[in-house]
Design a binder for this molecule. Sequence first.
Ligand code: 1CP
Length: 351
Amino acid sequence: MDSEISPRPVPAKPLLRVLHGEAVWPPPVWLMRQAGRYLPEFRAERAKADFLTRCTTPDIAAELTLQPIRRYAMDGAILFSDILVLPWAMGQDLKFIEGRGPVMEPIRNRAALDALSPARVAETVAPIQETLRILARELPQPTTLLGFAGSPFTVSCYMVDGGSSREFGVTRAMALQDPALYGDLIALLTQATTDMLIGQIDAGAEAVMLFDSWAGLLPPSQFRKHVIAPTRAIVEGIRAARPGVKIIGFPRLAGLMAIEYARETGVDALACDTSVDMAQMAALCPSTLALQGNLDPIILRNGGQSLIDEAHTIRNALKGRPHVFNLGHGVMPDTPPEHVGALVDAVRDIG
Ligand code: 1CP
């Protein structure tokens, strides 16, 4: 049918088409943290191995990635892994503690930074490459396989503070008080992230996403230095090595700085957090820039008619523009799985 309407061959995958700057209706949909504790089949797998083992055992990681695809036929499948796998692969001690989150041996001086070994990343992440190869074979044809990494700033927050925090005060103080040390850490992460993402692409990732969850903590001068500049270097590094691969950037809670981020980094898609009015963002960005987002995860957890209405409001605000429907942050663990089904149906309903 499509070929009768459009004379040119259209790539089959809706999500990739949007990342190429095409408006697709209804928009493709996937959700951040779509593999997670809200799914009973995820909790069943979870009992079998600890988190890092799950990330680095190809059969388990592939299974966890596929679970939400089987249930909801999402347009995107995001590799099951974590942004903290990179510092762990460089030799930094990492544990995920129930109820507390990640705990790392903090990097606070030159000796600790020098002890990190980017040379060992390729070997440590080899099982993750294998996960991507399995997924590239097993995913349904229309589903786009997404690789990812944390952005240098957000990963540095966990590395320097040593775990989760609301403010990441130790990291932000180091950036001001010891700019040489902090700059070297960001430079190390920029190169290691570029290399790791190229490795993911070579193993089958069709597009990649950079999570900068804590970007909004920085004032503009620091944001330009530690978010925009490293992200631009990663985008340029990937483009030079693997031309044509699409990149999604997520500068969470960056406010107006997100516009400068999109322009200056050259990402193909800007993922928007819950605070963004998508119609306003669309008016402020070039029409070829894909926007991703941005339903509030609490609205998803809450369900009901307000979920359907809000999903339609976001979708309709971006009609005619390249848009990937998603949340503004990850699925909450206590979200009823049937709400996710209702959301996907609402996004795809064009009746
Ligand atoms: O099994 C468990 O309970 C562990 C929970 C879990 C999961 C499922 C963690 C611990 N990480 C993940 C997977 C994960 N993390 C994915 C892959 C799959 C998917 O999205 O479906 C991705 C893309 C991430 C990315 C990630 N990890 C981010 C960026 C996105 C965001 O949520 O802001 C961050 C900040 C992390 C760090 C992290 N990993 C896990 C925890 C508890 C944390 C700390 C979060 C915090 O500080 O608030």
